[in-house]
Ligand binder design. Structure first.
Ligand code: MG
Length: 163
């Protein structure tokens, strides 16, 4: 077996008016994420982690923000396209682990739904996905609810055939 690890990170501004899309799930909230696509920082971090592990570049190369086709785009669809590229060169996801940095709302009531959606998008079992949330303790840009961030790490495996 061959193994690769990849790291992804993303930040988006928050603005008044919900819902807030996290991991492909629209969470009821009084703020939403601002960006060119649907601004789902968790899916963007996972997408970059996959690309990084496979050595295939980064999300901006595949979906440039200046391209009008990416305006309001569903990040789950973007992630599935990238997953297809990663799988096309033989890699399979072993597991992913994620941290969402967000002051509000509490995400614990939504984890099962978010994890189920991620499992559906990534074609893996929910048990292969770790999710955690951290607040900003009321400090900094996260604490002031000006932005939210997500981090993801992914492990890929490939079976090496030798003759
Ligand atoms: Mg982004």
């Amino acid at each position: 077996m061959s193994w690769r690890v990849g790291l992804g990170h993303d930040t988006h501004r928050l603005a008044m008016g919900g819902p807030l899309r996290i991991g492909g799930v629209d969470i009821p909230h009084d703020r939403h994420s601002v960006g060119h696509s649907d601004a789902d920082a968790l899916l963007h971090a996972i997408t970059d982690a996959l690309l990084g592990a496979a050595g295939l570049g980064d999300i901006g190369q595949y979906f440039p923000p200046e391209d009008p086709a990416n305006r309001g785009r569903d990040s789950a669809e973007m992630l599935q396209r990238v997953l297809g590229q990663v799988q096309a060169v033989g890699w399979q996801i072993v597991n992913i682990d994620c941290i969402v940095h967000l002051e509000r709302p509490k995400l614990a009531p939504h984890w099962l739904q978010i994890r189920a959606r991620l499992a559906e998008v990534l074609h893996i079992a929910p048990e292969q996905i770790g999710l955690k949330a951290k607040t900003g303790e009321g400090l900094g840009a996260i604490g002031r609810e000006e932005l939210w961030m997500a981090q993801a790490v992914v492990l890929l495996a490939k079976t090496i055939t030798t003759s």
